[in-house]
Design a protein around this ligand. Structure first.
Ligand code: DWN
Length: 423
């Protein structure tokens, strides 16, 4: 691993200059910037994608900050409600919070990056007032359509102050897969403290950097994800802004995540203490934990490209499932194009008919798999393998097979489809 001086760069959380290079994925297009037929005729803008480790607060982060209004523009295509696991995870999250906190008509539940209302609608159904905040116009409009009053804007210190002045402080603030996305990390967290009632609680979900490193989930690195959190780096970030990480619930979603319970009063429990101790013992707080990551990613590339090339050389046809942002990183870093993958399928109607960034692989509805019957389906959305394989059991039972690329390439067929049906 290079000890990159990275002179111009400072840590997004603590401001330290002591950033060490972990992995350089080169200059890549924006992962969710899917292209129309017209747009593939001209080159897309690309941006450096390099991962660093902060020796002072342990935050893993990328160096480049692409302007948020470029990343989350009017074409931002991600809609949570197309993914059953995400909807179910949100339903369970709300159920658990409501089992601990008595909320009613005088309460307020806020979600930062509420997307299409997939989570707050659980409060709307119970008559509990809500407020959604999301900068992407498409998802924000979808949230309003399911009864979630939504501000289509970025959240931060200023908006929090404005809402507090209007008397709209929150009993509970949710933020799922948003903390890693914000350019002003400290301002966002300070905004949470300002918006929370003194006895309020924030429930925040983030992917866990330990899973990223240990399971080689390198494709979850893209320009939307500015930060990659450990419990150690999160604890520093919250404390600096007057909040306390009091409880953690590890989750399997998105390749391994943490559900964080954060309050204005310190009440740290054993779940936090034990993870902090484990991270120190494992070395997540020092460079050595990250030193061989680049080598392991390069090895994974060789194994995946080798498998796909062998399958193609044997005369097999291969499609992909999931026009996921992570899929863009994987295809572009591994240089996997239409010579190996004929097309991608996705349930999200906003993605169908478009093309993947960089490799310009076309995206079709998922029904194409049964119509066209490719020999293999490469799971770009490997983090949803169970849900997808269950859903595509007819394809599997007719001989179709799946290639799961992460943490190492493996082929699964009907036997897994049948098994996963009963999971
Ligand atoms: O942080 C983020 C994560 C949570 O979601 C966002 N910045 C962007 C996005 O990342 P992603 O696109 O890599 O997420 P997913 O959830 O892995 O994307 C899955 C893709 O697969 C979506 O386009 C939906 C699609 N899908 C499908 O077509 N049928 C997914 C499932 C489960 C399905 O059954």
């Amino acid at each position: 691993m290079s000890q990159k001086p990275a002179a111009a760069l400072t840590c997004r959380s603590c401001g330290s200059f002591r950033l060490a290079g972990v992995l350089d994925l080169g200059k890549t297009p924006l992962a969710d910037a899917l292209l129309t037929e017209q747009q593939i005729a001209t080159p897309s803008p690309t941006f450096p994608l390099e991962l660093f480790f902060c020796a002072d607060c342990s935050l893993v982060q990328i160096g480049e900050t692409v302007p948020p209004d470029v990343v989350f523009d009017q074409d931002y295509p991600y809609y949570s409600s197309f993914i059953d696991a995400v909807v179910q995870n949100a339903r369970e999250n709300v159920r658990d919070v409501l089992s601990e906190r008595q909320l009613g008509p005088d309460s307020l539940a806020v979600e930062l990056a509420c997307n299409d209302g997939y989570l707050l609608r659980n409060f709307v159904e119970r008559g509990i007032p809500v407020l959604g905040i999301d900068p992407a116009p498409g998802p924000a409009e979808a949230a309003r359509k399911c009864g979630v009053p939504t501000l289509c804007t970025f959240f931060g210190r200023d908006l929090a102050e404005q809402l507090r002045k209007e008397g709209r402080q929150a009993d509970v603030i949710f933020g799922n897969n948003v903390l890693a996305h914000v350019a002003d990390t400290n301002g966002f967290v300070e905004g949470i403290r300002i918006l929370l009632k003194p006895d309020g609680m924030a429930v925040i979900e983030v992917p866990y950097v330990r899973d990223l490193i240990e399971k080689v989930e390198f494709d979850t690195i893209y320009h939307e994800h500015l930060c990659y959190f450990s419990v150690t780096s999160l604890s520093h970030l919250f404390r600096r802004n007057g909040l306390y990480l009091n409880r953690i619930k590890p989750l399997s979603i998105h390749g391994g995540s943490l559900r964080l319970f954060v309050e204005p009063t310190e009440r740290m429990d054993e779940s936090v203490r034990s993870m902090l101790a484990e991270e120190a013992a494992m070395g997540l707080t020092s460079q050595r934990f990250y030193e061989d990551f680049a080598h392991r990613v390069a090895s994974l590339k060789g194994a995946v490209v080798g498998l796909l090339s062998r399958l193609r050389a044997e005369g097999n046809r291969i499609a992909a499932y999931g026009a996921a942002a992570k899929g863009s990183t994987l295809l572009n870093y591994m240089d996997i194009g239409r010579d190996l993958i004929e097309y991608v399928v996705d349930r999200n109607t906003h993605k169908q008919g478009k093309f993947m960034p960089g490799k310009h692989i076309p995206i079709y509805p998922t029904e194409k798999l049964l119509e066209d019957r490719p020999d293999y389906v490469f799971l770009l959305a490997w983090n949803h393998a169970g849900e997808i394989i269950r859903q595509q059991r007819n394809y599997a039972q007719q001989g179709g097979k799946f290639v799961i690329p992460i943490p190492e390439p493996q082929i699964v067929g009907a036997d897994v489809a049948l098994k996963s049906e009963h999971e």
